[in-house]
Write a protein that binds this ligand. Structure first.
Ligand code: FES
Length: 106
């Protein structure tokens, strides 16, 4: 199975206080810009399986779900409050454009 790059947009246009929801091949991905880094994590909270994490509350590199507060590390998707591990995706920034890499055919 190959991979494909999904164009998220220009780095400078990514908001700093909230995430951006990107839908790629049926997956909902929350893209967060934190200082000089960009992270991509499944937007679907492990608690009730709804796509909320692009609207979560960010504290450093953690995101708290706005519904009941389950909290995840952006670096690896691990729950710090609640349980589970969300999928994370490689991010590529090239000439100021942000891409997320997803499996082809997803
Ligand atoms: S749905 Fe995210 S914490 Fe409940």
């Amino acid at each position: 199975m190959g991979v494909q790059r999904i164009r998220v947009g220009e780095l400078v246009d990514l908001p700093l206080r909230r995430g951006k929801l990107v839908c790629a091949g049926g997956e909902e991905i929350a893209v967060w810009r934190v200082d000089g880094n960009v992270y991509a994590i499944s937007a679907v909270c492990a608690h009730q399986h709804v796509a909320t994490l692009h609207e979560g509350l960010r504290n450093g590199t953690t995101i708290a779900c706005p519904l009941h507060g389950w909290t995840y590390a952006l670096e690896n998707g691990r729950a710090l409050v609640g349980s589970g591990i969300l999928r994370t995706y490689p991010v590529i920034v090239e000439r100021g454009i942000v891409y997320v890499q997803v499996d082809e055919g997803v």
